[in-house]
Design a protein around this ligand. Structure first.
Ligand code: ADP
Ligand code: ASP
Ligand code: MG
Length: 449
């Protein structure tokens, strides 16, 4: 049997500076199975790059944003015992950042935006391989664009799994025989070799895709919390880490707002049954969460998630009564404008549905044109200011009393839409954004404390 293979991914706060990179390097060096490391950009860098790529800035603002990035990178460089091997490469990358940031077309060309966004990971992987080399292990910095083939949807590129597998086996596998390969999360390339990105938080997804491509035994997600918690520990201090979670539960949690995992992370893991570990790079000794196919326990309630910035659309027409094909027409228009629908509820003459709206992305697509098109067949109402709260668990539609316990805990609040029963792992409802903190806290108390 081939040697065991682990892919370790370190998030932005884990590679924010030289000192925390050293923690990560120790984690890598302590496990001989870890032959591939996927890194995010150092904390803050991608936000700066997004700002440069998307906001109309003055020359001074561009200068000062670039300088903030330079400061983060040079602080790492200057702590290296021997910086000579990476200094000129880092300077080349910083020059590339500046030239893209000042490019006349940066605000108008999606390919340039992605090229700029990729720079954070390209720099952090270079710096991390230098820090790892200080642990006396052989390392190499590998350009992930050689293997991570995607389509050309810049900003939200879709990976081509079969091609990635073939390329990783051909180009990456031989390298891990001789060195620990350090590569970039979040970044890919299309058929024409143009740089793409997988969407915010996409480095988790990269790690899982590489684990799948190389039939790894485990994929470790090292972050700033000691595992996946019963709910976001930033919402309530009563949240506690979960020792284990099933692929399905983790996928539901990630989809419905648990930022600790990018929503697509579990897809590759599930396809190849690769166990996923989530732990803290600052406190690796505290253990973490193992996400596996078969859990020891399947409790009805495992966790609560919240997804902010939901948009609710209600379409209404008296003609809908007894009408055939109305929903089909509505959803065809929605699909044409690349909006994806989450929750749906229907009554006799109206249909409400929610759209996920990260960073106001819906506003661009649910524009006047989309609404005008819908208005040719119905009345349309668009409402903002909602959050989606989801309880994740098991056998939820069949276990007696599960929903009544949940609804009893939130009986003081106005729930705008409820979605239950479409799958055994979740119960979701839409609430006013001003209520969602309190709702999550109350629910957590009722279900877990
Ligand atoms: P990284 O930069 O390492 O990818 P992220 O910020 O993307 O880290 O994800 C970690 C954060 O996810 C945590 O700090 C925490 O606030 C948030 N989070 C949300 N829901 C959960 C949850 N259920 N369990 C743990 N962390 C969660
Ligand atoms: N650096 C990217 C981001 O901040 C990807 C990641 O961290 O996973 O979104
Ligand atoms: Mg993340």
């Amino acid at each position: 049997m081939a040697n065991a293979l682990t892919i370790a991914k370190f998030g932005g706060t884990s590679v924010a500076n030289y000192e925390v990179m050293q923690n990560c390097a120790r984690i890598v060096a302590s496990n001989s199975a870890t032959r591939i490391v996927v890194v995010s950009a150092s904390a803050g860098v991608t936000n700066h790059l997004v700002n440069l790529a998307h906001s109309p800035l003055t020359q001074e603002q561009i200068e000062s944003t670039c300088q903030s990035i330079v400061d983060i990178e040079l602080a790492i460089l200057n702590k290296l015992a021997d910086k000579s091997s990476v200094e000129s490469k880092l300077n080349d990358l910083l020059d590339e950042v500046k030239s893209l940031a000042f490019h006349e077309e940066i605000l108008h060309r999606n390919d340039l935006k992605d090229q700029l966004l990729s720079m954070g990971e390209r720099m952090s992987s270079l710096m991390f391989s230098a820090v790892l080399a200080e642990q006396e292990v052989a390392t190499m910095n590998f350009d992930v664009r050689k293997v991570l083939r995607t389509d050309s949807e810049f900003g939200e590129a879709v990976p081509q799994v079969d091609t990635i597998e073939a390329l990783a086996k051909q180009l990456m596998a031989p390298e891990i025989e001789n060195a620990i390969v350090v590569t970039q999360g979040f970044v890919g390339a299309d058929d024409e070799g143009r740089t793409t990105t997988l969407g915010r938080g996409g480095s988790d997804f990269t790690a899982a895709l590489i684990a799948e491509a190389l039939d790894a035994d485990a994929c470790e997600i090292w972050t700033d919390v000691i595992g996946v918690y019963t709910t976001d520990p930033r919402i309530t201090a009563a949240a506690r880490p979960l020792p284990e979670l099933s692929f399905e539960e983790a996928a539901e949690m990630a989809t419905f707002g648990a930022k600790v995992l990018h929503p697509a992370t579990m897809e590759p893991a599930l396809r190849k049954n690769i166990k996923v570990f989530v732990g803290s790079s600052k406190e690796p000794e505290k253990g973490g969460t193992w996400i596996v196919r078969d859990c020891v326990e399947e409790p009805p309630y495992r966790a609560i998630t919240r997804r902010k910035d939901q948009v609710m659309v209600t379409v209404k027409t008296p003609k809908m009564m007894y009408a055939q094909g109305f929903l089909q027409q509505v959803f065809a228009i929605i699909a044409k404008h690349k909006l994806s629908v989450d929750l749906v509820t229907t009554s006799e003459i109206s249909v409400s549905f929610t759209l996920d709206n990260p960073a106001n992305s819906v506003a661009q697509r649910l524009n006047k044109e989309t609404i005008a098109e819908l208005e040719t067949i119905c009345d349309v109402k668009v409402e903002n200011g909602y959050d989606l709260v989801t309880v994740v668990g098991n056998h939820m539609q069949t276990a007696i009393g599960v929903s009544s316990k949940i609804f009893a805990a939130v009986s003081d609040f106005n729930l705008r839409m409820i979605c239950f029963g479409a799958n055994p792992h979740n119960l979701s409802f839409l609430v006013n954004e001003t209520d969602s903190d309190k709702i999550v806290k109350d629910l957590h108390k009722a279900l877990f404390e």
